[in-house]
Design a protein around this ligand. Structure first.
Ligand SMILES: *Cc1c(COP(=O)(O)O)cnc(C)c1O
Length: 416
């Protein structure tokens, strides 16, 4: 692409373009961080008002029944299910990824121990999001039964690392830093051939790329709603367990919301049937209610249409950065192959942190991940082709003018 006009023409022909109007986007901001925190759907403000005013204010405690609060984790789980290839009553929206990972990893280890005792290895990648690794480390310590975490440095090492000693392979589908995407069907098959269970983290996949959990016969999955699903800051995560594993074991966070009959106030825990046992305690209803506003936008399109535009946006971005910012020490970290690319693009630059701060000061918002990585998320529901053009022109200007050298861009906040 050589001219901005060409990007505008792509926007005019884009079938997803009308959906942008359903998001409350700040004017003059190009938001390339929907992979970290999605933007608010316009419907969210009114929904929050309704929950706080009518449901909490007027309904008060009656709203647990009357407003459907108690059923919300399951109802939203069912609404989210089609986006990840899950069936009815296989998903609940609840807690955080970290907490849900603790639950499913525990359940997976117990299931494996019952089927094929002695397997003591959990395989994952060193480049996985640290919280996933921390949770596995914490669980291993807590169980104190000789489990070990085996980490590979490159996805190509996974076939070698997953073997007859492996209980679970805990894999994040799209890498948070590089944007590398695994072949979920092929890897699940390989994991199963070794007799291990396949646990997938969909943090950068749900709402970003098509996922077919039942189609690939995965065993467990977790993901969040505040990234591509636009649920809001800290909105609850989700957990998927297929019907065939649901009743095998209960998970160790045996709180009352997962009990068979929570209001019997039974002194003995008895897990409920089905996916409900993956709930623990009382959920944040104001935050959870807003998750629905994000999901409702997805109901108006399909993941394949979203994927088509996502690849077009990321292709265009890579192409423009490499042509218009040539000679500026930017190095593409994300795979070029469509089959290996999620919905964000990362470039390494020796002064990546400062360059990103300079971009943000010009209202082009991406983020920075150690080491040296500039990360740009592409969210087809609200991003235009012309935004890609304008973002690259701003990047070019920041690099050519060296405006990133200003001292204020070196100061680090708590969140990068
Ligand atoms: C964003 C992300 C998380 C976040 O976990 P929370 O417990 O919800 O804060 C976990 N894992 C991966 C792979 C992520 O990308």
């Amino acid at each position: 692409m050589k001219h901005r006009e060409e990007a505008l023409a792509l926007d005019r022909a884009d079938p997803l373009a009308p959906l942008r109007d359903q998001f409350a986007l700040a004017p003059d901001t190009i938001y390339l961080d929907g992979n970290s925190l999605g933007v608010p759907p316009k419907a969210a403000a009114a929904r929050a008002q309704q929950v706080i005013g009518a449901e909490w204010g007027e309904g008060l405690i009656r709203s647990w029944n009357a407003a459907g609060w108690f059923a919300l984790p399951r109802r939203l789980g069912n609404k989210l299910a089609p986006l990840i290839g899950a069936a009815e009553d296989e998903v609940v929206v609840t807690d955080t990824i970290s907490i849900n990972l603790f639950k499913v990893l525990s359940a997976a280890l117990r299931l494996q121990d019952a089927r094929d005792p002695g397997r003591r290895v959990i395989v994952s990648e060193r480049s996985n999001f640290p919280s996933d690794l921390y949770i596995a480390q914490g669980l291993i310590e807590q169980l104190d039964r000789g489990y070990e975490l085996r980490l590979v440095d490159d996805p190509a090492e996974l076939p070698e690392a997953i073997g007859s000693d492996t209980a679970v392979a805990m894999i994040t589908h799209v890498n948070y830093r590089t944007g590398y995407m695994h072949d979920m069907a092929a890897l699940t098959q390989l994991i199963h051939q070794s007799g291990a269970l396949a646990l997938w983290d969909l943090a950068h996949s749900a709402g970003a790329v098509p996922v077919d959990l039942n189609g690939v016969a995965a065993d467990y999955a977790v993901g969040c709603t505040y990234k591509y699903l636009n649920g809001g800051p800290g909105s609850p995560a989700f957990v998927w367990v297929p019907k065939r594993h649901q009743d095998a074991f209960s998970q160790p966070l045996s709180g009352w919301w997962g009990h068979r009959a929570p209001f019997q106030m039974d002194p003995v825990y008895q897990p409920g049937p089905g996916i409900g046992r993956y709930l623990c305690g009382t959920q944040p209803m104001v935050s959870m209610a807003l998750v629905e506003c994000g999901l409702d936008v997805f109901l108006q399109t399909g993941m394949h249409e979203i994927r088509r535009k996502s690849l077009a946006l990321t292709d265009l971005f890579i192409d423009l950065v490499e042509s218009r910012c040539a000679g500026h020490a930017l190095h593409l970290v994300t795979p070029r192959a469509h089959t290996q690319r999620g919905s964000h693009v990362s470039f390494a630059h020796p002064h990546g942190y400062e360059v990103m701060q300079a971009l943000i000061a010009r209202n082009v918002i991406g983020d920075y991940r150690e080491p040296h990585v500039l990360r740009f998320g592409f969210t087809p529901l609200y991003l235009r082709y012309v935004d890609v053009w304008d973002a690259v022109e701003t990047l070019r200007d920041v690099l050519e003018s060296e405006s990133w050298r200003a001292p204020e861009f070196a100061a680090r906040g708590a969140v990068t």
